[in-house]
Design a protein around this ligand. Structure first.
Ligand SMILES: [Zn+2]
Length: 201
């Protein structure tokens, strides 16, 4: 098996395309989160929905810096035990990491199934020379875009902003959707939702 550190561009997808795929998938597996602002049940999707789609969902002890990996040829999605536990406890970074692996499963497993590549995720991993792949063909960029859209759907972000006079603060997004402050800030910028405003609004 190859070690996953090679270049493996995937079919190019725009942010909007990923947004739509993530929303359709969310609607099919957690419709309440597609309708109203709330916390996407990422572990329920990992444990219950992926197996219904033919994936094996595993939790394993791995080196600390690894978050998890997706093995397309084995249709297997693996979370490091500490990420699973952190996600169980509503840890925001862990929730995003679970959403990222779900993104690989939905977006990439089929396409990479025959190639024997693994998508390994964690801190400080330079899997390949990413500048050699345009972002829209980079599976890591795509999985991050998927996770952001899956955890913070554009529809419900906008409805929450509308209910608050058209503006949203990152800390509000963070607490409502269970995303980190950083991920919430990026999402607000990507969706061009005015942010800031009075403290604790
Ligand atoms: Zn990844």
């Amino acid at each position: 098996m190859r070690d996953g550190r090679e270049l493996h561009p995937v079919t190019g997808r725009s942010r909007l395309e990923i947004e739509m795929l993530a929303f359709q998938f969310l609607f099919s597996c957690a419709p309440e989160c597609a309708r109203a602002p709330g916390r996407t049940p990422v572990l329920k999707v990992f444990e219950d929905v992926l197996p219904e789609m033919g994936f094996r969902s595993l939790v394993m002890d791995m080196p600390e810096h690894i978050h998890g990996f997706t093995d397309p040829s084995g249709m297997t999605v693996v979370l490091n035990a500490h990420i699973y536990t952190a996600a169980e406890n509503d840890g925001e970074m862990a929730r995003f990491a679970v959403g990222h692996e779900i993104g690989h499963a939905i977006l990439h497993a089929q396409e990479l199934q025959a190639k024997g590549t693994q998508l390994v995720d964690g801190r400080g991993l330079k899997l390949y020379k990413r500048h050699e792949i345009p972002a829209y063909m980079d599976p890591e960029w795509q999985a991050n875009a998927f996770s952001a859209a899956f955890l913070m759907p554009a529809e419900t972000m906008r409805s929450l902003a509308d209910a608050r006079g058209g503006r949203l603060r990152a800390n509000v997004v963070s607490s409502v959707f269970g995303a980190s402050h950083t991920a919430a800030s990026f999402r607000l910028k990507d969706l061009k939702i005015p942010f800031g405003g009075p403290p604790f609004a």
